[in-house]
Design a binder for this molecule. Sequence first.
Ligand code: UGA
Length: 456
Amino acid sequence: MKICVIGTGYVGLVGAAIFSDWGNTIVGVDIDSEKIERIKKGEMPIYEPGLSEIVLKNISEGRLSFTTSLSEGMRDAEIVFVCVGTPQSETGDADLTAVWKVAEEIGRNLETYKVIVLKSTVPVGTNEKVKKLIKDNLRFNTEFDVVSNPEFLREGYSIEDMKNPDRTVIGSDSPKALSIMKSLYAHLGKPIVEADFKSAEMIKYASNAFLASKISFINEMAQICERSGADVSVVAKGMGLDSRVGPKFLNAGIGYGGSCFPKDVAALYKTSTDQAYDFKLLRGVMEVNELQKNYFVSKIVRYFGGNLSGKTFGVLGLAFKENTDDIRESVAIEVVRILRGLGAYLKVFDPQAMYNSKKVLGEVDIKYCLDKYEAIEDTDALIILTEWKEFGTIDLERVKNSLKNHVIFDGRNILDRKKAEEAGFTYFAIGKRTNGTELLSKRPTGTPGVILKNGD
Ligand code: UGA
């Protein structure tokens, strides 16, 4: 099949690469000429394991090319995927400026029948509006169909997710378009959910909001576990083995971040209020997530007697999760900002997100280190903020020899509590009581109230 993919972000670039790897002929389009030139050379604008190899292979085999010209890119295509960004606007809903712009341009350039597919995450009603916008901008009386085909890939695992999806959602009002889309995905042998536009759009938001709810649920469970002496990891394991619950997205931590969950939960909440309904559960999900990092920071502040000035911390992790260089809405970055604001000096390390982090955090009171061991050298505590696997296997003896105080604050529950305690550390995690320390339910003196809000 001949396919045009508009937008070379995570969804567009991975989509273009995998569609071409399936034997289709793909033209990727982006307005950023510098980015296009880099991609052509195999320099990926994002860190995504395995992506560069697939892109280069398909370019060299003639199935994948890139251009900055939308009219050129879509000329011969049977399917045109729209994969442009839909960031959060100031009012909480999705900013659809890029989608509208692309829809108008598609309309102006449509000369033969094509299926126009929205892969970007867009609120209910957007596909219908896109259809109207394309129609209003047609220069010829060309036939076309619009399809909603939301993407469920996770950053860091997007290649695997595209090749092996749990399901494919196709929202369409046209049997012809549905059959074309089905033929693109049929070889995967995975369930295809046929839907109307609005249900397809809603499935994407509902899925992300539900996963975010699982995280906030387990983070609140962590609060009760810690207070009552239970261990949230054991509780999550026991819950997750129930097939109705499932084991995934039950890792308690410092809260969810990234370019999707915070934005999509807020957008779905906005949709609910626009429909004159207050989605109470989602309000709670967002509030819990907002407070979770404060709760974590309050443990550090409490341990050091309410005063962090003059303290130096070894911080592992800046990306919003493991396996990515993405720091958008990263809770790790927020925690670094809070700690610095409270007077601490930070030695930081992340396997992939150093460059991006430096751009937003600057260099005041932060040292960017070459590896995890340099980051903890001669510091007052080890603080883990991202769930990179390599942090879970850190040599605890080396850590012990490097730290001035034998204390670890593990914001991702990535270390083994027993091993850390046996190695002689005071180990603070999420949802596990720390041996030999008081419960957080008592307020320390001299600590900023805002930080303690959730630990009061
Ligand atoms: C998420 C969804 O998982 C994808 O299905 C979806 O396609 C994507 O958003 C999107 O809408 O584009 P992603 O943002 O890449 O994918 O990241 P996740 O792996 O879902 O993690 C999101 C956040 O939740 C991270 O900050 C992670 O650290 C946190 N998390 C995840 C937890 O705190 N606990 C968990 O158990 C799982």
